[in-house]
Write a new protein. Structure first.
Length: 417
């Protein structure tokens, strides 16, 4: 009888979770209940903290509750960079250069998701999404407005203004805190990590998560000079030389200080590097396009790996070798450094449920039998260290799910049980 009751309770719990899944899908797709409105920092404009087009900074914020009331996770949006006056002028007219051309809210997912089942370690924390509209990984600070293009370069002021507002909202009393970001936001996380730690010196635990932000120089691969020139143009356009970490710029040309391999060794705050050895953005933009120029044949390969030629696959594999070698040259002996490097052809993870807590479903993207969320949660709370690079799979894997949202949700629940 007890066994039957236990089985009945287990089945009831399973069906309850499926019901939760269906309701979650309904809330997200129909009612949009996971959307969070932007806060526009009009008061920051007088301080010169503005987007490329002069619009005010913006962020979305959800207040924490329960045990998470004193904990904070701050997420920096990604979206590349602008690397010339004209390129920044073009960007200023887009949603990546303005806070006013993208609606008034964003959907929280992944690390910022509100559901305990899918985000057990951070679901009830204070959660912040910072809009990226400066094209410099929140690093630029040029006083004058460009008279020719009317573009303003003030990314660092945006970061500081939002931090000041969050500190006033209670982040100054945080017990635990995370600074995280994806792509250009992942690079921004690396660049601002120690500074962020200094803003809340009384916190018990402050750590940083860089998602797809470890951009490599790859000096031994074709296109190394083009990559160096590309990032040098970013540094020159935004006049970043004096704002990049002196621990790097005092040893080498500042243009090399946007490559994290030259930065992370000096970061004192615990840092987690989440990446793919087949980072699709880096392979497409920083390697194949800069080194070989974009071709219709490459574009077909980039969007569908089954269409790649043997030469293209070899080029992709060469990038993986360079990427892993770059990571392995870092001093990773400290347990405060976390690392999850897989072999899916992807760029960006922690802001998507399917890659965050459901990575076991999407292409079976797990390392050491852990999903991305589990590996990062264990590392953050010191339950166990995690430093793992997939050195086995030397061919890029397609990890894009073909399941519907509801099928993915249900399969994810099954994996989480």
């Amino acid at each position: 009888m007890q066994r039957m009751e236990k089985h009945t309770q287990t089945m009831a719990g399973h069906w309850l979770k499926l019901l939760v899944c269906s309701l979650m899908m309904m809330n997200t797709q129909v009612r949009g209940s996971n959307d969070v409105e932007f806060t526009f920092l009009e008061s920051a404009v007088s301080k010169g903290a503005v987007c490329l087009n002069g619009s005010p900074p913006a962020y979305s914020y959800v207040k924490g509750y329960g045990e998470g009331a004193s904990n904070w996770v701050v997420f920096l949006e990604g979206g590349g960079w602008c690397h010339s006056k004209r390129n920044c002028q073009y960007r200023a007219k887009s949603m990546m250069g303005s806070s006013l051309t993208r609606g008034n809210k964003t959907a929280f997912s992944g690390l910022l998701y509100k559901d305990k089942l899918f985000n057990p370690d951070f679901y009830n924390w204070n959660k912040v999404f910072i809009v990226y509209c400066d094209g410099s990984s929140f690093m630029s600070d040029i006083e004058e407005v460009d008279p020719e293009t009317n573009v303003t370069y003030r990314g660092a002021r945006i970061f500081n203004a939002v931090m000041e507002d969050l500190l006033a909202k209670g982040m100054k009393d945080a017990k635990n805190a995370v600074l995280a970001g994806t792509s250009a936001g992942g690079l921004a996380t690396i660049l601002h990590c120690d500074y962020f730690r200094g803003l809340i010196p009384n916190a018990s635990r402050v750590k940083c998560i860089s998602d797809s932000g470890f951009f490599i120089h790859a000096k031994n691969l074709p296109g190394a000079k083009q990559r160096e020139d590309y990032y040098a143009n970013i540094v020159a356009t935004h006049r970043l030389a004096n704002f990049l970490p002196a621990s790097c710029s005092s040893k080498m040309n500042a243009s090399l200080c946007l490559f994290p391999e030259n930065l992370v060794g000096d970061i004192q705050t615990p840092l987690f590097i989440l990446e793919s050895a087949f980072d699709s953005f880096q392979i497409d933009h920083n390697y194949m396009t800069l080194a070989f120029n974009s071709t219709p044949e490459w574009n077909e390969c980039n969007t569908n790996l089954t269409r790649c030629t043997s030469t293209q696959i070899q080029n992709i594999k060469d990038f993986r070798v360079a990427f892993i070698e770059t990571l392995q040259k870092l001093d990773n002996r400290t347990s405060s450094r976390g690392m999850f490097v897989h072999s899916c052809y992807l760029h960006g993870h922690i802001f998507m449920n399917e890659e965050w807590s459901c990575s076991s479903v999407v292409g079976h993207n797990v390392l050491e039998n852990k999903t991305i969320a589990k590996a990062i949660g264990d590392w953050y709370f010191d339950r166990s260290s995690f430093q793992h690079i997939d050195t086995t799979n030397d061919v890029p894997r397609n990890c894009t799910s073909t399941l519907t949202s509801e099928e993915l949700c249900k399969e994810c629940i099954h994996q989480l049980n």
